[in-house]
Each structure stands twice: as structure tokens, then as C-alpha cells.
Design a binder for this molecule. Structure first.
Ligand code: HSE
Length: 401
């Protein structure tokens, strides 16, 4: 029997117990042993809960029990999750988590501690919820030199943008509705400002490129400035707008960014709508592969944590290989990266735009008194220099090809 413990009995923690109990037989078969939840750590009591007898309030009970071989950390945040994770790993207990904040900040260090103690620190659920992307990067894609990862990595903002597009609703209106429906947090800053997507692309980039990518080094822009007028132009150009997290290796230089992007139908991410996430990975032999699914939610996220727990339970005493070195990956300034730009300006500046952005594709009559255009490809720096020649840029959204 493999005894496991769950730290935190909130949404994800209770989902982990539910997934194990619901699919107990199949999980035992795949574990090649019986997986048994011995403890659930939480500060609260849960009277009437079917597993209330498993609740403990003292983490030492779990840490000091040699029977517990695998721990699911579903507490969220950095502390005390970091301290508890470290303690468990030092005691040779594998830890599996959905905690993207902790993985982004201390993932590399925690994996090293795991390796030194013949156990694992696994975090499939930290990016893309239930989508098996971490395991895929660490196994199926190992023959590849990955040169681009582009993802819709945040369900809340994808839901908001989808509603703005399909219902013509204003950003604040949709955000309020998303909060009422429980899709958006009461404090939605991490989602709408792009910080959540930034942590996730930092984790994916570290795994894809093998060196530590710091979220603080990634240029990040959220969706708060996107308006229904931007969507009206996107529609006119046959395009849509998505918040993308991306990292690319171009001519030996690495770029990473989180920002809203105009996407055309030829891009596989074009039709990823509502709360869904998708990650498009480009490898030098394989070309594009895309991974799609529920990027959040209790059971999809819990399922990904349990899949890691099964892996750990099946391979006790063995550490899975994972290339994420402590050395920092030097990112180049995003100003050097080249792309097309969608721009809105006052219609009085049309003639100037035709000359400064020669070769641009224009759209008129979408919003009174202004014009919009998609520029030819140029560097961010070049775009900034050209944009500075105009009285006012009403809005600018980058184009992802
Ligand atoms: N707030 C996140 C999202 C939850 O909306 O995608 C999953 O990480």
C-alpha cells in the first residue's frame, strides 16, 4: 500500500481526494499498488465531510510518518507551501503540486533537493491545469530542439476576451459577470494583468530551454486596455484577439513575452475559446504540436496532480530526469523582436500613416473618426520610432503570425 497525504483541503485539495476515491480501482491498477490517502492537512475542521477523520492540523504528523511516501501540495502561495515542500523532500517524500507561484520561484531548487533525496518534485498541474504539457516536454519532446512555445495560458482572460468578441460586451461588464460565475477571482489582478500567464510561460520556458527563466524578466502586458472597438477592427481583418504567453529562440537569442495579440485563422490558437487553454510547441524536427484542454477547474487540475502522484508511487526511490538548470537564461530585449502591429489612429493622420507605415493594410469606417491598419513586420524599436511621429496612437496590438 502506498500512503499519501494531501496538504490543503480547498478546491484542488478536495479534488485530489475526490479523483483518488472516484477512480480508486483504476488508480491502484496503474500504481501497481494500492494508493491510500492517510492524512489531509488543513487548519479547518470539516464536520460531516466523508474524510473528516483524515484531517490533521499539525504538519509534523505527516512529515514524521515514514509510511507517507507521496505528498500532494494544494495550499497555493509561497509560504508555508515552500517550507512544507522542502521538509517533505528532505524526508524523501515526493511532492506533487499545482502551485505555479511556488514552482516558478523555487521549482529548480526543489527539484534539486528531490534528486538529492531520491524522490520527485512534480508539477504537471501548475501550467494548463489538466493539460499534460509538463510531462510531454520532459518525455515525448526530448528529441526536439524547441524553438517556440506559444500558449493561451489563462482561462479567465480567455473567457473575458471570448465574451467581449461574441457578445460585444465591455471589459468591465464581462469581468463582473466572470466574477459572479466564479470564473474570475474577486481580486482578478494576477489574471487580467497577465502575471498568472507570465509565471506559466516562465515555467514552460525553463523546461523547454533547460535554464532558469525568471518571470520578473518577462515583459508582461494584460488585457485591461482591450476594448470592443479593437474587436470590431479584428473582425474586419478576419482576426481575433488573445492573451498569449510566448517564448522563442530566434538566431540563438531568446525572447519571452506576455501580451494580447491579434491572431488570424491560420494560427492554430485562433479557435481556442472560453475558459480553455492551449499550448503550441514548435520543435526543429516535429514542427508544431498543440495541447488543448481545461486549463483550470477543480477536477481537471486535481487529475493532473494525481497523475504525478501515480508516477511517484510507481517509481519509489527513483528520480525522473528533468532538464532545468540553475543557470539563468539570458533573455534578449523584446524590443529587438520583429512582428507586425495592428494600430488605430485619428483619421486626420491617414496620409502620414500611408507613408510612415508604407505597405500597411488599412481598414476604414469601423469606428467613426479613426482608421486602423496592420503594419508590415518590423522590430518593436522601429515601431516605437514610427509611432512617436503621430499625435496619438489610440491603440496598438501586436500580431502573432
Ligand atoms: N486563474 C487561473 C486561470 C487558474 O484563469 O487560468 C488556473 O491557473
Amino acid at each position: 500500500m502506498v500512503k499519501v497525504a494531501v496538504l490543503g483541503y480547498g478546491t484542488v485539495g478536495s479534488g485530489i481526494v475526490e479523483v483518488i476515491k472516484t477512480n480508486q480501482e483504476a488508480i491502484n491498477q496503474k500504481t501497481e499498488d494500492e494508493m491510500d490517502v492517510k492524512y489531509i492537512l488543513d487548519l479547518r475542521d470539516f464536520p460531516g465531510d466523508p474524510y473528516e477523520n483524515l484531517i490533521v492540523h499539525d504538519v509534523d504528523v505527516i512529515m514524521n510518518d515514514p509510511d507517507v511516501k507521496v505528498v500532494a501540495e494544494a495550499m497555493g502561495g509561497v509560504e508555508p507551501a515552500y517550507t512544507f515542500t522542502k521538509r517533505a523532500l528532505l524526508a524523501g517524500k515526493s511532492v506533487c503540486t499545482s502551485n505555479k507561484e511556488l514552482v516558478e520561484k523555487h521549482g529548480q531548487e526543489l527539484m534539486t533537493i528531490a534528486r538529492e533525496n531520491q524522490c520527485n518534485y512534480l508539477f504537471e498541474a501548475s501550467v494548463g491545469g489538466g493539460i499534460p504539457i509538463i510531462r510531454t516536454l520532459n518525455t515525448a519532446l526530448t528529441p526536439e530542439k524547441i524553438d517556440a512555445i506559444t500558449g493561451i495560458l489563462n482561462g479567465t482572460t480567455n473567457y473575458i476576451l471570448t465574451k467581449m468578441e461574441t457578445e460585444g460586451a465591455d471589459f468591465n461588464e464581462v469581468l463582473k459577470k466572470a466574477q459572479e460565475m466564479g470564473y474570475a477571482e474577486r481580486n482578478p489582478e494576477a489574471d487580467i494583468e497577465g502575471y498568472d500567464a507570465c509565471r506559466k510561460i516562465a515555467i514552460l520556458s525553463s523546461l523547454a530551454f533547460g535554464k532558469n527563466v525568471d518571470a520578473a524578466d518577462i515583459y508582461t502586458e494584460g488585457i485591461t486596455k482591450i476594448t470592443t472597438n479593437d474587436f470590431a477592427y479584428a473582425k474586419k481583418f478576419g482576426a481575433t484577439i488573445k492573451l498569449l504567453g510566448m517564448s522563442k529562440m530566434i538566431d540563438g537569442k531568446y525572447f519571452a513575452m506576455v501580451s494580447p495579440f491579434i491572431l488570424f485563422p491560420k494560427n492554430p490558437l485562433f479557435s481556442v475559446s472560453d475558459v480553455f487553454n492551449a499550448i503550441l510547441v514548435h520543435g526543429n524536427n516535429l514542427g508544431n504540436t498543440m495541447y488543448y484542454g481545461a486549463g483550470a477547474g477543480k477536477l481537471p487540475t486535481a487529475s493532473a496532480v494525481v497523475s504525478d502522484m501515480i508516477d511517484c508511487a510507481r517509481h519509489l526511490g527513483k528520480t525522473f530526469p528533468c532538464r532545468w538548470d540553475a543557470e539563468k537564461l539570458q533573455l534578449s530585449s523584446f524590443e529587438d523582436s520583429s512582428k507586425r502591429f495592428f494600430v488605430r489612429i485619428d483619421c486626420a493622420e491617414k496620409v502620414k500613416a500611408e507613408s510612415v507605415f508604407a505597405g500597411a493594410e488599412f481598414a476604414e469606417g469601423v469606428v467613426e473618426g479613426e482608421i486602423g491598419f496592420v503594419s508590415p513586420a518590423m522590430s518593436e524599436k522601429e515601431y516605437q520610432e514610427k509611432a512617436a511621429q503621430f499625435d496619438k496612437i489610440i491603440s496598438m496590438i501586436r500580431v502573432e503570425e
